[in-house]
Design a protein around this ligand. Structure first.
Ligand code: BES
Ligand code: MN
Ligand code: ZN
Length: 496
């Protein structure tokens, strides 16, 4: 899709969007169109339930006095109050509207539109972002697409006051959309296509956008003593990998921010095998690693002035003659021993070694991990908030703020010594499942045993990374959750 900006002229073709404020007050461009069409806008508004609220859409086909295919009135809400997330939301609604038509071109007139916090050049750029994010589809394997299932829009034109400014803002926004869609794509790919070896290759390829990428195989990990991670992958024919992505955009002496991702490319549960229903969805059990990769992608693409490292543990959890058994005891890289009571609680085993490696090797300023870790988090929070666990209140506050701004929200759950006791093992230092409920919390307690003094946060994204209900900026299935949240987090608190 091609997005362009210029100082407006009324188009002669395609679909034309003009804004209506709350209580059906006409925007300047709506007034102009109303005049050109002999009062059509006012007439149509009078005979509908449309009220100018943010995100409403009302299409008028073949409007007289204009040569466009249709005119779409869109609700803006209160002009003064409009914020970036509102503009993004409106863009997302426009994407849904355009799905109805075989239309290649659309024009959105935004000049003379100004919120208190938002000029129309920025407003247009973020509206385009919302539009593009919501337009994502994974149709690579559809060979028989019907015309009505295709997305036809090729060209989006925004009328703004200063096209140059809008253009510049949009460059960064467009990179962000690409980063999110990179994450979504690798989550959408089937597990016979994306497995530890091929995912490592895809991440390696990010070196072309300026990341330094290093891949460790099983031999190297064995040497490091990463037996917790290796145990999970030992039933798979595919080689387990640890991928390290570095972006050094900050001061060379500055400690990096570290992001760690769970990358289970398929989770059968192993010998503690999962039920068949919906097992296919366990291809998205690498959503944490996808988010980390997407974040590293955008940091490099916008040349963020920060040092960051992304570490992802890539394994496939399969049952096999060589698979890990319930009852096995493994020694993690930290030296702590783990009794495996359930081979389906594998994500924490992968993260145990990935977290330890990361803090040991990079001495980061802080460490944030993302993981589709527990089914229990979807019981608590559904798909609207990710679970947040942390040993640092300042970090919690920052993540919360970044969540509000990016609309990828987090909700804190407790860590507590009394939950920690629930993972003590009778025969090893700990066991990989907790007794007495609180599944998401005991999983987080487990991770905390592999974190030393560094400020750390764990995001359980099992409910938010993939959903079966449509969300504002994504349809069903992969959301790319975490990329925008952490991009906002880094930009807001750690750059310059
Ligand atoms: N990958 C799953 C968690 C998951 C479940 C993610 C549903 C997305 C949707 C994880 O590896 C797992 O199987 N967790 C178990 C832990 C249990 C065995 C203690 C779970 O949540 O049931
Ligand atoms: Mn599992
Ligand atoms: Zn899993």
């Amino acid at each position: 899709m091609n997005v362009t900006f210029f100082t407006s002229k009324i188009p002669t073709t395609g679909t034309l969007f003009v804004g209506i404020f709350d209580k059906n007050v006409l925007s300047p461009s709506a007034k102009e169109i109303n005049k050109k069409t002999g009062g059509l806008v006012e007439k149509v508004l009078k005979s509908s339930h449309f009220s100018g609220k943010k995100g409403e859409m009302l299409a008028i086909p073949a409007p007289e006095g204009l040569s466009v295919h249709r005119l779409v009135l869109f609700g803006i809400g209160k002009e003064k109050e409009i914020r970036e997330s509102d503009a993004m939301e409106i863009g997302a609604h426009m994407s849904l509207e355009m799905r109805k038509y075989p239309e290649a071109e659309m024009t959105i007139l935004l000049e003379d539109l100004h919120g208190e916090h938002l000029k129309n050049d920025r407003l247009a750029s973020v509206m385009a972002t919302g539009f593009l994010l919501r337009s994502y589809e994974f149709q690579k394997y559809k060979t028989q697409l019907k015309d009505k299932d295709k997305f036809h829009v090729k060209k989006i034109i925004f009328g703004v006051d200063s096209p140059k400014v809008a253009e510049k803002i949009f460059q960064e926004e467009e990179a962000l959309v690409k980063a999110v869609n990179f994450a979504r794509d690798i989550m959408s790919e089937p597990p016979n296509v994306i497995h530890p070896e091929t995912l490592a290759e895809r991440l390696q390829a990010l070196s072309k956008i300026g990341l330094k990428v290093e891949v460790l195989g099983e031999k190297e990990m064995k040497k490091l003593g990463m037996n917790a991670l290796l145990g999970v992958g030992q039933g798979s024919d595919k080689e387990s990998k640890l991928v390290i992505m570095k972006w050094n955009g900050g001061d060379s002496k500055e400690a990096p921010l570290a992001f760690v991702g769970k990358g289970v490319t398929f989770d059968t549960g192993g010998i503690s095998i999962k039920p068949s229903a919906k097992m296919d969805e366990m291809k998205y059990d690498m959503g944490g690693s996808a988010a980390v990769a997407g974040l590293m992608y955008i940091l490099a693409a916008r040349k963020a002035k920060v040092n960051a490292v992304g570490v992802v543990g890539l394994v496939e959890n399969m049952p096999d003659g060589n698979a890990q058994r319930p009852g096995d005891i493994v020694t993690s890289m930290s030296g702590q021993t783990i009794e495996i009571l359930n081979t389906d609680a594998e994500g924490r085993l992968v993260l145990a070694d990935a977290l330890w490696y990361t803090q040991d090797k990079f001495k980061p300023k802080l460490m944030i991990d993302l993981a589709t870790l527990t089914g229990a988090i979807t019981v608590s929070l559904g798909s609207k908030f990710a679970g947040l666990f942390s040993n640092d209140e300042g970090l919690v506050q920052k993540l919360r703020e970044a969540g509000e701004e990016s609309k990828e929200q987090v909700w804190q759950l407790p860590l507590d010594e009394r939950y920690d006791r629930n993972i003590d093992s009778r025969v090893a230092d700990m066991q990989n499942i907790g007794a007495h409920g609180a599944g998401s919390i005991t999983a987080a307690q487990f991770l905390q045993r592999f974190v030393n003094k560094v400020p750390w946060a764990h995001l359980d994204i099992a409910g938010t990374a993939w959903t079966d209900e449509s969300h504002m900026f994504s349809g069903k299935n992969p959301t790319g959750f975490g990329v925008r949240l952490l991009n906002t987090f880094v930009r807001k608190f750690y750059e310059k």
